[in-house]
Design a protein around this ligand. Structure first.
Ligand code: PLP
Length: 456
């Protein structure tokens, strides 16, 4: 049987329409990748404008990554970290992450995915408030369109309806507020700063309404990724943070996509003036060569967790794969490559080029509502009409058509479920010529989608 048949018959695909997959099987079978290019089983090359799922930052098949993994697998593929057992690389990686952190951090807790790391965040926040004798302070605020994972807890933090439907999510202690999306949420004529002030005042009222004694934390991506690449106004997080401080509410920065250079600076928190108490990282920490996530804990939170030992004994949370040596080897080598090759500066430089290319290709098109992003993270949002501003009636269908046509043109991009938005998040090693071809492939995809729309 062909692998496509095996896939159709046996593989339960994540984030996939199950009935459509049962009918049609996979779109393609990727069997190889080099740099920013992946190749399917038929031998056709595609430029991957998404670096997988915003994660293969050093590019596919980096020989140093392969060598580091081979060496570590031959030396010590695994040992656990339960009950104070130690291994060398996770200890070294922890020191490195603490030194890299954009705000002073104290400790690192490891997991395997962004989702489980955000579950850890919620448990830390609850534990923290229990140790402090505030058992009522448990609600976690997230933002609509935010993406924080899919587990029972983190799936609810995610502010996307299609991740809740059918799963009885979110859990009762989760709340959602408005995102700082300029295109749809801002009053006409409002400046960036006025928009930020409005959202901060709303948050203040929201917390007062809920009862500040019941609100534990707010979780936010510095620049939202899957919700539509939403860049907040510069004063948004400082104003939000003032409100959180007033009510003793912790701030969790979800840096799963932004962290380690995606925006052309070290972390999203630096880019957006955010000063988190807790940070989540994953994806770019290993460029996805091996699954790894981490939670960085500030001293303020850590000191309280320490007091928890007297009250609760051993800290009852941890995964078989927490502090996995092979994953730590991948992270160390990945961070070495990013530092040595100056890849964050390259992201800043190529990010400018990407945004210029996008503006040249898309800005004048009547179905383009907004082009936005930062560094090598960008999005084009499509609308049915610019004046008056009106979205397409069937949200997401048009971006889906653009993405499918771009794929035919040899470019992999992603239609974001929350809107008619096509996103770009190419590997850091993508060349200027490849960026040009990515943008051209999606632009041609737009023409095709418009043609399809007219012929309906
Ligand atoms: N947080 C953010 C910002 C993400 O973009 C994602 C995944 O895309 C997650 C968390 C969840 O990570 P994972 O898919 O590794 O569970």
């Amino acid at each position: 049987m062909h692998v496509e048949e095996l896939d159709r018959n046996y593989l339960f695909h994540p984030m996939t329409n199950l009935a459509a997959h049962a009918e049609n099987g996979p779109h393609m079978t990727i069997v190889e990748g080099h740099g920013a290019t992946v190749t399917d089983r038929a031998g056709r090359d595609y430029l991957d404008a998404m670096a997988g799922l915003w994660c293969v930052n050093v590019g596919y098949a980096h020989p140093e990554m392969a060598e580091a993994l081979r060496e570590q697998a031959l030396k010590l593929p695994y040992f656990h970290a339960f009950s104070s057992m130690g291994t060398d690389l996770p200890a070294r990686l922890s020191e490195r992450l603490i030194n890299m952190a954009p705000v002073p951090m104290s400790k690192v807790f490891y997991g395997n995915s962004g989702s489980d790391a955000n579950d850890t965040q919620a448990k830390l926040v609850w534990y923290y408030n229990n140790v402090l004798g505030r058992p009522m302070k448990k609600k976690i605020i997230a933002r609509r369109r935010g993406y924080h994972g899919v587990t029972v807890l983190s799936g609810g933090l995610t502010g996307l309806k299609n991740l809740h439907d059918g799963f009885d999510l979110p859990l009762p202690m989760i709340r959602h507020i408005r995102p700082p999306h300029g295109l749809w949420e801002r009053e006409p004529g409002q400046t960036d700063d006025e928009f930020a002030t409005t959202l901060a005042i709303e948050l203040d009222r929201f917390i007062v309404n809920e009862g500040p004694e019941t609100v534990a934390a707010l979780i936010a991506e510095p620049v939202m990724a899957a919700g539509g690449v939403i860049v907040p106004p510069d004063t948004y997080f400082p104003k939000i943070q003032e409100v959180l401080d007033k009510y003793d509410v912790l701030l969790i920065a979800d840096e799963v996509v932004n962290g380690f250079g995606r925006l052309g600076v070290s972390f999203g928190s630096v880019s957006t003036n955010m000063k988190p108490d807790l940070m989540t990282v994953a994806k770019g920490i290993t460029s996805a060569y091996v699954p790894l996530s981490a939670v960085l804990v500030s001293d303020k939170v850590w000191q309280v967790l320490l007091d928890g030992s007297a009250k609760y004994g051993s800290f009852g949370h941890g995964y078989t794969y927490s502090a996995h040596p092979l994953a730590a080897a991948a992270a160390m080598t990945n961070l070495d490559i990013i530092e040595r090759d100056g890849l964050v500066d390259r992201v800043a430089e190529n990010g400018k080029l990407l945004h210029e290319l996008l503006h040249t290709a898309f800005a004048d098109h009547p179905n383009v509502g907004e082009i936005r992003g930062r560094g090598l993270m960008a999005a084009v949002e499509f609308v049915e009409s610019r004046e008056p501003l009106r979205p397409f009636a069937q949200q997401g269908a048009f971006a889906g058509a653009v993405t499918r046509a771009a794929l035919e043109n040899g470019v992999i991009t992603r239609a974001l479920p929350a809107a008619d938005t096509v996103s770009f998040s190419p590997p850091f090693v993508t060349t200027p010529d490849e960026l040009e071809r990515m943008v051209a492939g999606v632009r041609a995809g737009l023409d095709h989608a418009v043609g399809e729309l007219r012929s309906k």
